[in-house]
Design a protein around this ligand. Structure first.
Ligand SMILES: Cc1cc2nc3c(=O)[nH]c(=O)nc-3n(C[C@H](O)[C@H](O)[C@H](O)COP(=O)(O)OP(=O)(O)OC[C@H]3O[C@@H](n4cnc5c(N)ncnc54)[C@H](O)[C@@H]3O)c2cc1C
Length: 383
């Protein structure tokens, strides 16, 4: 799509507005945007990384907007309700705003409060509940369309884009018959719905271990199924001995080097080194990880390399598409354990550094306003 902005710009405080007309060619048709805000930087995603990107862009003098398909820090909002972060609070900080907690590690609730306060402190322009569908245009002249909860369409124009869409929306599927049954869940929220039920937890890392322990402590009969030879070595040091001891005591049953073959409403068929086994089952919690929306990146023209790592300059974080930057966990491709809040929070400063080299704040590019008409004589005498 050719996108050509050729009219007069007016700085309206936070953004530039097209006051006369801006013409762009879309699907071969010349269209006109009237009164639309043109942001210097549009950030897709309002997770910790996306917020950090908007903050750093604003600090560098640029206008910025965040668009999120859900609420502010949507992923964190959907984490298990009682979760505690693995990370101490200072390593989750963005925008140089201190994050304090009376505990060693903050809870999900404290993190939600913190990021909300940070967004309010910086008066970030976050447009919630708008899922970005398409990206059109080119460097300096991007056009982004969104859908809101009521299927209403919205359109934004921006000079530069940052994609910080995380990975929590897309679970890694088991790809077995019966996975579409409503009893199969890829998100664990809290233990209470599972009291006095037979639950299979799939996975051998932190999320699986935490879910299995919480479920067992709240009266579920828990069986852990993992394709690996045991609980992963890198499960946190305060969780690993707990789950190993529960397994040793027979309180949580475990099948290692094993995989689910099929799921039916009342049973699960397992393939184990000792042969196939059929287990009575009420729920399957597949804690098998998540992955970024690679199709979204491809549709934006971003090339994916080995392990689906997107092409991206490691210094500037600009992708192979000029003007589109990548931030947060999406940079790691399928290796989602490499980037988390602790290190992704610095991506905003990296991107802002490059923006300062390449993009002048819109106020500097404004065409001068015409001289105002002379003041009436009776007002001049009062000055
Ligand atoms: C249970 C759990 C515990 C964790 N604990 C820790 C920890 O202790 N320490 C740590 O550092 N990390 C931890 N992590 C990892 C960390 O939360 C993630 O790496 C981090 O959230 C990534 O930040 P992000 O901003 O890149 O992505 P996200 O936080 O996932 O934000 C991406 C945002 O993009 C939005 N989005 C996606 N697609 C679209 C679209 N098409 N249009 C508009 N918006 C879109 C999403 O709604 C979301 O709000 C944990 C993860 C999990 C699952």
């Amino acid at each position: 799509m050719n996108f050509c902005l050729n009219s007069r710009w007016l700085c309206s405080g936070s953004t530039t507005k097209v006051t006369n007309s801006a013409w762009f060619r879309y699907n071969g048709v010349l269209n006109c945007l009237i009164g639309q805000d043109i942001f210097d930087v549009l950030v897709i995603g309002a997770g910790p990384t996306g917020l950090a990107c908007a903050i750093e862009a604003r600090r560098a003098g640029f206008t910025a907007v965040n668009l999120d398909k859900g609420c502010l820090v949507n992923s964190l909002c959907h984490y298990p309700v009682n979760m505690t972060f693995f990370t101490t609070p200072e390593l989750l900080e963005i925008g140089d705003i201190p994050f304090t907690t009376s505990n060693q590690k903050p809870s999900r609730l404290e993190a939600l409060e913190y990021y909300r306060k940070v967004a309010a402190h910086y008066s970030l322009d976050v447009r919630q509940y708008q899922a970005v569908g398409s990206i059109e245009g080119c460097d300096g002249e991007f056009r982004v369309t969104t859908r809101d909860r009521y299927d209403g369409g919205h359109e934004y124009a921006a000079r530069k884009l940052v994609i910080a869409t995380g990975f929590y929306d897309r679970p890694n599927l088991l790809k077995v018959p019966g996975e579409d049954l409503p009893k199969v869940l890829h998100y664990y929220n809290e233990p209470h719905p599972y009291f006095d039920t037979d639950v299979i937890v799939v996975g051998g890392r932190n999320s699986a271990a935490i879910a299995a322990l919480e479920l067992w402590r709240h009266g579920a009969r828990v069986t852990l199924v993992h394709r690996g030879p045991g609980i992963h070595e890198r499960v946190k040091y305060w969780i690993r001995p707990d789950i190993l001891n529960r397994i040793k005591n027979g309180e949580v049953k475990a099948y290692f080097n094993s995989a689910i073959q099929a799921i039916t409403p009342a049973e699960v068929l397992l393939h184990t080194p000792q042969g196939d086994a059929t287990l009575k089952n009420d729920f399957v919690l597949a804690m098998t990880g998540y992955h970024p929306d690679f199709d979204f990146l491809r549709r934006a023209g971003i090339e994916l390399g080995p392990e689906c790592r997107p092409a991206c300059n490691s210094e500037t974080l600009e992708s192979n598409v000029p003007g589109i930057y990548l931030a947060g966990v999406i940079i790691a491709g399928v290796r989602t354990g490499e980037i988390f809040i602790e290190n992704g929070r610095f991506h905003g400063a990296q991107i802002a550094g490059d923006l300062k080299r390449k993009l002048r704040p819109h106020v500097a590019t404004l065409q001068p306003e015409p001289a105002p008409p002379p003041r009436p004589a009776h007002l001049q005498s009062a000055e």
